[in-house]
Design a protein around this ligand. Structure first.
Ligand code: GTP
Ligand code: MG
Length: 202
């Protein structure tokens, strides 16, 4: 399940512009700054294949990366970035939602949740939207390397993710598969790649 080769293919702002080679793909989604681009770099063992930033709102397009010439990883813009002008924000939401609904090669969405902070309502709303639209989903908890901080409500990543799972379980009856990760220590990298290869061969 290892990544031997990874290359950037293209950036799109509409589903119709996305690659038409029919390769299966996995999309990384989540709030701005949750660590989508960093996780992609961790998965492919490259520091700067996907561009990252301390400031939210870095990724603004649907970015396709071809892996081992046989499948795609897709880096998407984040949601919930309050500092973005309203127009831009709704535009992102629109084209990413259209992408989820109209991309037959999309095998599963990987919804990233920041485990270093308490559960956010917007993440639950997003998860429920994906669920209602029958989009297969795996939860990925990010930043599990971070120690607890007073300003985070004093919770450890393990407690934050447990709270989130409980909330989501109430909504879905059962919780989707989930994986703990850190792009700093590369925790969860092999687990995600294995899960993706199982989903591709299903
Ligand atoms: P947008 O493209 O703006 O939606 O953000 P993104 O989700 O792609 O986040 P990005 O990967 O750019 O990371 C945002 C910030 O979080 C950067 O400063 C990263 O260094 C940091 N970060 C990402 N993953 C981790 C992690 O696992 N642990 C820690 N400690 N920091 C992380
Ligand atoms: Mg990004």
């Amino acid at each position: 399940a290892q990544v031997e080769q990874a290359e950037f293919v293209k950036s799109s702002v509409e589903t119709e512009q996305c690659p038409s080679d029919g390769l299966p793909e996995f999309a990384l989604v989540g709030r701005s700054n949750v660590g989508k681009s960093s996780l992609l770099n961790s998965l492919v063992r490259r520091k700067k294949l996907a561009l990252t930033s301390k400031k939210p709102g870095k990724t603004q397009c649907i970015n396709h990366f071809r892996i081992n010439d046989s499948w795609h990883l897709v880096d998407l813009p984040g949601y919930g970035y309050a500092a973005a002008p309203h127009e831009v924000r709704t535009d992102w939401a629109k084209f990413t939602k259209d992408y989820f609904l109209n991309r037959p090669t999309l095998v599963s969405v990987f919804l990233l949740i920041d485990a270093s902070i308490p559960a956010k309502k917007i993440d639950l709303e997003y998860a429920s939207w994906l669920g209602q639209n029958k989009i297969p989903m795996t939860l990925v908890f990010t930043k599990c390397d971070k120690r607890k901080k007073k300003k985070n409500g004093g919770k450890r990543p393990e407690e934050n993710l447990q709270n989130f799972l409980e909330l989501i379980q109430k909504f879905f009856q059962t919780a989707p598969p989930w994986i703990m990760t850190s792009s700093v220590t590369n925790q969860g990298r092999d687990e995600i790649l294995l899960h993706m290869s199982q989903l591709r061969n299903y």
